[in-house]
Design a protein around this ligand. Structure first.
Ligand code: BGC
Length: 835
C-alpha cells in the first residue's frame, strides 16, 4: 500500500498503524538506522523514500556528495539572538526551509538551544543565549517557520551539553530545578509550544531524575519527560556516532541511530529484536515516529519533488540580519555613521579587515555561496572622493598562512605544478599516483585499502630570507622539510579526531628554511578510516614568507591610523580559537591584537573598533576606544553588513544575548573541564547574567546591552493579566534621537521579598519585544510575560507553582538599565508560600 495523503497523520493514525503492521522486522530495524552519513532507509514498496538530514545552525550544508556544493552562510546563531526579534527569526526559518529544499534536505540539524553556561564553551557561537526564554523564543519562531514549509528541524543537543572537553563521555550533574527552569526550558518551549518534529540527543551524559547515564540511554529524560510528559511525537535522533549500546539505548528512548549502517544498532539491533531483548512494541514505536516524520517532510507517499517554499531572498536578508545583529557597545565619540567629508581618508586596519572570521569551526560550517569582507565591501560602498587605506597591522592566526600550492609547488617526478600524491596499501605497495595542482589540505573519500598517503613537492622559495614551512596533520605521520624532521608520530587516530575537531585545526609544526632555492617537502600520512564518516587524509600546508616583523607591520599600520581622518580596526578570533570539538583556553583575543588596538586608539581619537568574534573576549582597551561594535561571526554578508552599519544604511540594533566579562576572574563559570568525568553545575539556577546579578560584579557590558543609533526614553508601564496566567506588560517608549530606530523592550521579573520562599535569582528575563519607532515618535509596546516566568519547579511534588507574594516587573534597555517598575498582577489564590 502507498500512502498518498498529504495531511500529516497524528501518531496512532490508522494509516500509519497499517503501514507499521505491513513492514517486516528487517525493514523496521533498517528504518531506525542511518544508511549513510546523512540518510535514512527507503522502503519503496510502501512509498517511503530516504530522508536526508544535514547541518546545521548557520546554514544548510547539504549531503556532502559534491565538494563544490555551496550554501547560504547565515550569521552565527548568537547573532540572530542578538536581534531579539522573533520576526527576523521567522524569516530566517523560512530561508532555512528554502535552503534545505535547494540541497535536497528534509531535516536540518538545528537549532542549538543549549545555554551559554560558560564563555569558554567551544560551541558558544552556535547557541543563542545565556537565557532560556530568549533562546526558546528565537528557536520557536525559527522552527515554526521551517516546519510550516515542510522542513523538519532537529533541536539539539538534548540536554546540558554545554561544553566540549571530553564531550563524548562527561556526565553533567544538574539539580532538577536548574534543569527544569533553565536548561530544559528552551527545549520545552520548542517541543510543546512549536511541536518540533525531531530532537537530537547529546553525546554527553546526565545525572538527574535519579539516574546517571548517557543521554541516549536516559529513560527518565527521554521517555519520562520528553515523550510522556511533553508529548513529543517526533524522532529522537542520536548525535553523530554517539550511540554506545543496543538494549539500553533502545529502551532509553533513542529512535534513530545516525549515522549508519555501522555502529551498535547496525551490528546488534536485529539480533536483539529476534531474541526478545528488545520488545517488538518498542521498535514499532520508533518506526511509527519515523513514518510520521517522513509524512511531515513529504518523504512518505509524496509525488515527486517537494516544491521550494517561499522565503526571503538570501543575500539581502542575510545582509540585513548581520547588520541588525551588530551591537554598539559604546559610541562616545559619535562616530556612527562614519564622519566622512569629501577628500577624507579612512584607515581600515586589523587582520579581519581582509580575512574576516565568518563562521565558527566544526559541523556547522558551510561552504558559502559567496564571501564578502570589510575591505572589499567598504571599497565598493564609500562615496567617491573618500580614500581607503587597508593594512592588517596585527596577527590573529597562530598557524602561518596556507602555502600557495599552485604557484610554488612542483611534482618532484614529473615537474608539473602541484603536489605529488601516492596512496600506499598496508604492504607499502603503491595503489595510485597523481599530481594535485591545487591541494587544499584534504583528500576525501579515499579508497578503503589505502593505509598511507605520501605527499611530495618541490617548493620554490625565490625570496631571500627566512621562510617558515609546515605541515599540519593528524594521526600516524612523518614529515620532512628540506631534509629536516618537522614532525613524527606513530599514533593512529579514528573518528575521535572528527569529534574533537582535531582534524580541522591540526597542530602545524614549522621549520625555518633560507630562501632563494627549492625546499623538498615529503610527508607520509595516515589515511584515516573513521567509523560513520568518509575516510580522509589531512595535510594543511603552511608557509610564511620572509617579510616585515610583527613590530614593523604594527608600526606601519599605526602610522596609517595617525594620518587618517578616521580609523576602523577589525579584530577578532579565528577558527583556531572558536570551534566545535574543544573549549577555549582563555578569553583573550589571539595574537598581538590587543596591543594593536591600544596603539591605534592612541594614534587616532576617531577610531571605531569592530570585534569579529562569536563568544565573549576580554577587551582590556575598552575604556581607551571611543567607539566599539560587536560584529559577530556574520556569515557571507559580513563585509556588506559592516559597510551598511558604518555608512548609516542599517541600524546596528543588536543587544547582547550574553554577558561580556571585563576580567577573566569575575566569570561565574570560568571553565568547562569535567572532574573525574563529571561536570557539576554548581551555580544552579544562576546561569550567566543571573550569577553576575547575584555576585554584584561589574561586567564590561551586561546582558541585554546595546545602544543602537538613537536614544530612548521609557515613559510609562502597565501590567494586565492575560490568558493562561500570563501577564501583558505594556511599555511606552519614545525615540528621543534624530534617527528612526529599533528598540528592544526588555521586561525582567524580580521575586517577592520572602525570606522563607524558594531560592530565586535576583532578576531574570520575563519577556521582550523588538519595535521600530520613527524619530521623535512614541510607541506602546505590549510584552507578553508567560506564567512560566513566575513559576518554580517543585522536585518533591513534581510540579510547577507560583510562589506567593508580590513579583516585581521592571522594564528597561538591559538587565542593568531598568527604567520603569510595576507589580505583576498575579492571581494569588493558587500561589504557594512554602518551599
Ligand atoms: C555534532 C552535531 C552535528 C553532527 C552532524 C556532531 O559532531 O555534535 O551538532 O549535527 O555532528 O554533523
Amino acid at each position: 500500500m502507498t500512502l498518498t495523503s498529504t495531511t500529516p497523520p497524528a501518531a496512532g493514525d490508522p494509516v500509519l498503524e497499517h503501514l507499521v503492521a505491513t513492514l517486516t522486522v528487517e525493514e523496521k530495524v533498517a528504518l531506525v538506522i542511518g544508511t549513510g552519513i546523512w540518510t535514512t532507509a527507503a522502503v519503496p514498496r510502501i512509498g517511503l523514500r530516504a530522508m536526508v538530514m544535514s547541518d546545521g545552525p548557520a546554514g544548510v550544508r547539504g549531503r556532502g556528495a559534491d565538494p563544490d556544493e555551496t550554501s547560504a552562510s547565515f550569521p552565527a546563531p548568537s547573532a540572530l539572538a542578538a536581534t531579539w526579534d522573533v520576526g527576523l527569526a521567522d524569516r530566517a526559518g523560512a530561508l532555512f526551509a528554502a535552503e534545505a529544499r535547494r540541497h535536497g534536505v528534509d531535516v536540518v540539524l538545528a537549532p542549538q538551544v543549549n545555554l551559554q553556561r560558560t564563555p569558554v564553551g567551544g560551541r558558544h557561537f552556535e547557541c543563542y543565549s545565556e537565557d532560556p526564554l530568549l533562546s526558546g523564543e528565537i528557536a520557536a519562531a525559527l522552527v515554526e517557520a521551517a516546519q510550516e514549509r515542510g522542513v523538519g528541524m532537529s533541536v539539539k543537543h538534548f540536554v546540558a551539553n554545554d561544553s566540549e572537553t571530553e564531550r563524548t563521555s562527561y556526565v553533567a550533574r544538574v539539580d532538577e530545578r536548574a534543569l527544569r527552569e533553565c536548561y530544559l526550558a528552551p527545549f520545552e518551549r520548542v517541543v510543546r509550544g512549536s511541536g518540533a518534529w525531531s530532537v537530537m540527543g547529546a553525546y554527553s551524559g546526565l545525572d538527574a531524575f535519579g539516574l546517571a547515564a548517557p543521554v541516549l540511554e536516559h529513560a527518565p529524560l527521554l521517555h519520562g519527560l520528553l515523550k510522556d510528559e511533553w508529548g513529543f511525537d517526533g524522532v529522537l535522533v542520536s548525535d553523530w556516532v554517539a550511540t554506545q549500546s543496543v538494549g539500553p539505548a533502545v529502551r532509553g528512548g533513542l529512535d534513530l541511530q545516525m549515522p549508519g549502517p555501522d555502529g551498535p544498532w547496525g551490528d546488534g539491533l536485529l539480533a536483539a529484536v529476534r531474541s526478545g531483548e528488545v520488545p517488538a512494541e518498542l521498535l514499532d514505536d520508533k518506526v511509527r515516529r519515523l513514518l510520521l516524520l517522513a509524512t511531515r517532510v513529504g518523504a512518505l507517499g509524496a509525488q515527486g519533488e517537494s516544491p521550494a517554499p517561499a522565503a526571503p531572498a538570501a543575500e539581502p536578508f542575510l545582509r540585513e540580519l548581520a547588520a541588525r545583529a551588530t551591537v554598539v557597545l559604546k559610541d562616545d565619540a559619535g562616530l556612527l555613521p562614519l564622519p566622512l567629508a569629501e577628500g577624507a581618508t579612512v584607515a581600515l586596519l586589523g587582520p579581519a579587515a581582509t580575512q574576516p572570521f565568518t563562521q565558527g569551526g566544526g559541523s556547522g560550517y558551510v561552504r558559502p555561496d559567496r564571501a564578502t569582507d570589510p575591505a572589499g565591501a567598504l571599497r565598493d560602498a564609500l562615496p567617491a572622493g573618500v580614500r581607503l587605506v587597508v593594512q592588517a597591522g596585527a596577527r590573529a592566526r597562530l598557524t602561518p598562512p596556507p602555502l600557495d600550492v599552485a604557484g610554488r609547488c612542483a611534482d618532484p617526478v614529473t615537474g608539473e605544478p602541484g603536489v605529488r600524491v601516492e596512496l600506499l596499501d598496508a604492504a607499502g605497495t603503491t595503489l595510485d599516483t597523481w599530481t594535485d595542482p591545487a591541494w587544499n589540505g584534504w583528500l576525501q573519500h579515499v579508497r578503503p585499502d589505502a593505509v598511507t598517503a605520501r605527499l611530495t613537492a618541490a617548493v620554490r622559495l625565490p625570496e631571500p630570507g627566512e621562510h617558515e614551512l609546515g605541515v599540519g596533520t593528524v594521526g600516524r605521520h612523518e614529515v620532512l622539510i628540506a631534509g629536516q624532521l618537522a614532525s613524527t608520530s606513530a599514533a593512529e587516530v579514528d573518528e575521535g579526531v572528527i569529534l574533537s575537531s582535531g582534524h580541522n585545526h591540526p597542530v602545524t609544526p614549522v621549520v625555518r628554511v633560507s630562501g632563494t632555492g627549492t625546499a623538498e617537502l615529503r610527508a607520509e600520512l595516515q589515511v584515516v578510516h573513521p567509523v560513520g564518516y568518509a575516510s580522509f587524509v589531512r595535510a594543511l600546508l603552511a608557509h610564511r614568507l620572509p617579510g616585515p616583523t610583527a613590530e614593523d607591520e604594527m608600526a606601519a599600520a599605526v602610522a596609517e591610523a595617525a594620518a587618517a581622518d578616521v580609523a576602523v580596526v577589525v579584530v577578532g578570533t579565528t577558527e583556531e580559537v572558536e570551534s566545535e570539538g574543544f573549549d577555549r583556553r582563555d578569553l583573550d583575543l589571539p595574537g598581538n591584537q590587543d596591543e594593536f588596538v591600544r596603539r591605534v586608539c592612541a594614534a587616532n581619537p576617531r577610531t571605531v573598533v569592530v570585534v569579529n568574534a562569536g563568544a565573549p573576549v576580554l577587551l582590556p582597551w575598552l575604556a581607551e576606544a571611543p567607539t566599539v561594535l560587536w560584529a559577530w561571526l556574520a556569515g557571507q554578508e559580513c563585509g556588506t553588513a559592516l559597510a551598511d552599519v558604518l555608512l548609516g544604511v542599517t541600524e546596528p540594533s543588536g543587544r547582547l544575548p550574553w554577558t561580556l566579562p571585563a576580567r577573566a576572574e569575575d566569570v561565574p563559570v570560568p571553565h568547562a573541564v569535567p572532574r573525574d568525568g563529571v561536570i557539576e553545575y554548581v551555580e544552579g539556577l544562576h546561569v550567566g547574567y543571573r550569577s553576575w546579578e547575584k555576585d554584584g560584579r561589574e561586567p564590561a557590558a551586561c546582558f541585554g546591552h546595546g545602544l543602537g543609533w538613537t536614544t530612548w526614553s521609557y515613559e510609562d508601564v502597565t501590567a494586565e493579566p492575560a490568558e493562561a496566567g500570563d501577564v501583558t506588560v505594556t511599555v511606552t517608549v519614545r525615540n528621543t534621537g534624530a534617527r528612526d530606530g529599533h528598540e528592544v523592550v526588555q521586561v525582567y521579573v524580580e521575586p517577592p521579598a520572602d525570606p522563607g520562599g524558594p531560592e530565586r535569582p535576583v532578576r531574570w528575563l520575563g519577556g521582550f519585544a523588538a519595535v521600530h519607532v520613527p524619530a521623535g515618535a512614541s510607541a506602546r509596546v505590549p510584552v507578553r510575560v508567560p506564567r512560566r516566568a513566575f513559576e518554580v519547579w517543585d522536585p518533591a511534588a513534581g510540579g510547577w507553582f507560583v510562589p506567593a507574594g508580590e513579583h516585581v516587573l521592571r522594564a528597561g534597555r538591559s538587565v542593568r538599565d531598568l527604567r520603569l517598575i510595576s507589580k505583576a498582577p498575579l492571581d494569588q489564590s493558587s500561589a504557594r508560600r512554602n518551599r
